[in-house]
Design a protein around this ligand. Structure first.
Ligand SMILES: *Cc1c(COP(=O)(O)O)cnc(C)c1O
Length: 396
């Protein structure tokens, strides 16, 4: 992935030496937005999370195409950083991941649908068993095969997936239901870990301990990204961070200790002079208050730049904030660049839509959503770059 978007002089390697001065990559010259995904930052975030764990291993959640960032690039980078345990949502994602990683333990969170057990075995995928039906499905397949691995998910307060308390109690009374199943992990999932003071955290911790006590001994896993920051009693044997690997802030209202992993930039297509009483965009929702300039940029809701950012989002040219004015349309947004010197806000100039001045979390807050939704909505139309080297444009 390295050659086509790298400048002829390799200039993209050294943005620090000449910030903003390196030539735009060809994608911008062709009027396209560029999404830069910093694999070194993802690897650094993995190591940073692993170093916070009290004696537990750090896994990685790479469901939904690694939160939209690209499974085929992210998973090998995490494996190279030392990750051995991967979590994915469904069977097809698991098969795709197995093609990338020959050795890793791969857990499939949604569990085995009826009739799919043989495929799990063929691709050496560990199903997460979420109810007694899935337990029976896997146990029936495992019978006589001598210990096929699976994880068991007990629900402790999420009410989404996992064995309800009565089913966990049934399993505790009738352990023969798990005969021939090797329990690689007993897990549960926290509902409010990003709110450290929420009383449900401690209740789930107690319920998880109680459920484990009745089940066969197995390594335990409770913490997602935010759960890691709740403290060592939440770490158990294996953590399952997703969001924090990709640079999202794990705990609300606290500074983000992780490195940003993405940067979204787009070239200006056109700049126009405007004055009162003109309006901008569909629905004429923005009324120009005074003489100024509007820049049009090729990113829209079809690229995951949510329409709720209309008249709310921000972008940056250098250090100058340029607000989104008017409605976000399918392929375009309009920015008020009146405060930017004309030499910087010209057609072809690069605008930072996500980056050091305006993070995914900032954009998500302005859009009325969470960073997870922004990442998993990132468009397929962007030119994607995965620099592997020291280049790390999101960290300066
Ligand atoms: C998605 C998911 C995670 C990862 O959560 P983050 O908040 O992204 O760290 C962990 N465990 C389960 C069961 C999940 O569904």
């Amino acid at each position: 992935m390295r050659s086509p978007d790298r400048g002829p002089r390799g200039a993209a390697r050294n943005p620090r030496s000449d910030p903003g001065g390196d030539p735009p990559p060809p994608a911008a010259a062709r009027g396209k937005a560029t999404l830069t995904i910093d694999l070194a930052a993802v690897a650094a975030n993995f190591r940073s999370l692993a170093s916070r764990l009290a004696g537990a291993r750090c896994g990685a959640v790479v469901k939904a195409d690694a939160y939209g960032l690209g499974l085929s690039e992210i998973a090998p980078a995490l494996a190279a950083a030392g990750c051995r345990d991967f979590f994915i949502a469904d069977l097809d994602e698991g098969i795709a991941l197995r093609r990338l990683l020959g050795e890793a333990a791969i857990y499939v969170l949604n569990g085995p649908a009826a009739g799919t057990a043989a495929e799990f075995e063929e691709h050496r995928l560990f199903p997460v068993l979420n109810d007694l039906t899935q337990v029976a499905e896997w146990a029936a397949h495992a019978r006589g095969r001598g210990g096929l691995s699976a994880a068991l998910h007990v629900d402790t307060g999420m009410s989404r997936l996992g064995l309800p308390a009565q089913e966990a109690a049934t399993l505790a009374r009738e352990p023969e239901r798990l005969a021939d199943v090797h329990l690689a992990c007993v897990m549960s999932h926290l509902a409010c870990a990003d709110e450290p003071d929420h009383p449900l955290n401690a209740r789930q911790l107690d319920a998880f301990r109680a459920a484990r006590a009745g089940l066969p001994t197995a390594p335990a896993s409770l913490a997602n990204s935010a759960g890691i920051f709740l403290g060592p009693e939440y770490h158990f044997d294996l953590a399952r961070p997703g969001a924090a690997l990709y640079g999202l802030r794990p705990v609300m209202e606290r500074p983000n200790p992780l490195a940003p992993a993405i940067r979204l930039e787009a070239p200006i297509l056109q700049v126009r002079d405007v004055d009162s009483p003109m309006t901008v965009g569909y629905g004429a929702t923005y009324q120009v208050p005074r003489r100024g300039r509007i820049a049009t940029v090729p990113v829209g809701y079809a690229d995951g730049y949510l329409r709720s950012l209309s008249n709310r989002g921000s972008a940056f040219i250098g250090d100058i904030r340029v607000p989104v004015v008017g409605r976000v349309s399918m392929d375009l947004i309009t920015l008020d660049v009146s405060d930017v010197p004309a030499a910087l806000a010209r057609p072809g100039a690069r605008v930072e839509l996500i980056g050091p001045h305006y993070t995914v979390d900032d954009l998500a807050a302005d859009a009325g959503t969470i960073g997870y939704e922004i990442l998993t909505s990132l468009g397929r139309r962007f030119s994607r770059r995965y620099p592997e080297g020291p280049e790390s444009p999101g960290t300066d």
